[in-house]
Write a new protein. Structure first.
Length: 77
């Protein structure tokens, strides 16, 4: 698996792939990641929705309030 990945982490594509990542529900191996990426997934609780919110946040799309009056804003639902 590591050789098939070119020896690098599937997520960051920068660091060596040294940690086997697996689904904690099914036990299925997903790939081999670096320590940082494997830890990040774990801290997100293996939650794809949380990962999508991370992407939105990094792209600047998560917090986009609508200003209703001076000092009053409404966050989109």
């Amino acid at each position: 698996m590591i050789a098939a990945q070119g020896g690098i982490c599937l997520i960051c594509k920068k660091r060596p792939a040294v940690h086997v990542d697996h689904c904690h529900t099914t036990g299925r191996v997903r790939g081999v990641l670096c320590f940082n990426c494997n830890t990040a997934i774990g801290k997100l609780g293996d939650d794809p929705d949380a990962a999508r919110r991370v992407v939105s946040y990094l792209e600047g799309n998560l917090w986009n309030p609508t200003f209703e009056a001076q000092g009053v804003c409404r966050q989109p639902s």
